[in-house]
Design a protein. Structure first.
Length: 251
């Protein structure tokens, strides 16, 4: 019995010895890695891609945060655990390591067709499906502003709060313009509810009716004849059966 007790004590003491040494070794390695990380992984270069609405410095200020924001390993790990979700007009921001001292921030911006003013002073941004993607007090100069209507309420993920027929007509026109590569520099609903877009100095009145895609299809053949002209192209009452289109020239 005495010998077995001695063997148990020896095996337990050996286990404690190895356990303590292994644990101490792990601690030393971790501390060494932390020291090396703090010395070697200082960020010297930041690459930003995909950002159109922000400068590189602004993106860095949004994404590289925290006490150790100058450490590449920290910002990489922090972004994995706590990805930035509060950047206006941005769907996602990912941090990647290019090397131990270089990081890359990949920005994916929200898809926005345009925005409208709200009665509370904010702006409702919406996508090609007519759904609200952002509510902000910031007017972006590189996104189309749709004038003539003020919205009382806008909820992200829900349809834009305007008349369904107006929304459907507006989206049909804008899709058609994109399809036929017709760039416009302004868009609005006039006092009569007609949807009007500006192509250089030509204002194209699509009216309140249907046949939006047919009107845009016809438009691609008309506009080359209106180069350097100013005026209003009336498509309000045009149909596929009526070939008459009035251009009200101003200059």
């Amino acid at each position: 019995m005495g010998k077995s007790k001695k063997k148990k004590k020896k095996s337990q003491s050996k286990f404690k010895f190895y356990f303590i040494n292994i644990l101490l070794g792990i601690v030393i390695v971790v501390v060494a890695l932390m020291i090396m990380s703090s010395i070697l992984c200082v960020i010297h270069d930041v690459e930003v891609s995909g950002a159109k609405h922000y400068s590189e410095i602004e993106i860095e200020e949004y994404v590289l945060t925290g006490k150790y924001k100058g450490n590449s390993i920290y910002v990489f790990a922090d972004n994995l655990v706590h990805p930035k979700k509060d950047i206006p007009f941005v769907e996602s921001a990912k941090v990647k390591l290019n090397s131990y001292d270089k990081v890359k921030i990949e920005i994916k911006e929200k898809s926005m067709l345009g925005y409208m003013a709200m009665t509370d002073g904010n702006f409702a941004y919406f996508d090609e499906e007519g759904n609200v993607v952002e509510v902000s007090n910031i007017p972006l100069s590189d996104v189309m502003f749709f004038a003539g209507i003020q919205i009382e309420k806008a909820v992200e993920g829900e349809p834009l709060g305007i008349d369904e027929k107006q929304l459907s007509r507006m989206l049909a026109v804008m899709r058609g313009l994109e399809k036929y590569n017709i760039p416009v520099n302004a868009a609005n609903f006039d006092e009569n509810g007609n949807f009007v877009v500006a192509y250089n100095s030509v204002y194209i009145n699509f009216g309140k009716g249907d046949n939006a895609e047919e009107k845009v299809k016809r438009l691609q053949y008309i506009l080359p004849n209106l180069v350097d002209m100013s005026g209003i192209l009336h498509l309000e009452d045009w149909t596929t059966q009526d070939t008459d289109i009035v251009f009200e020239k101003t200059t």
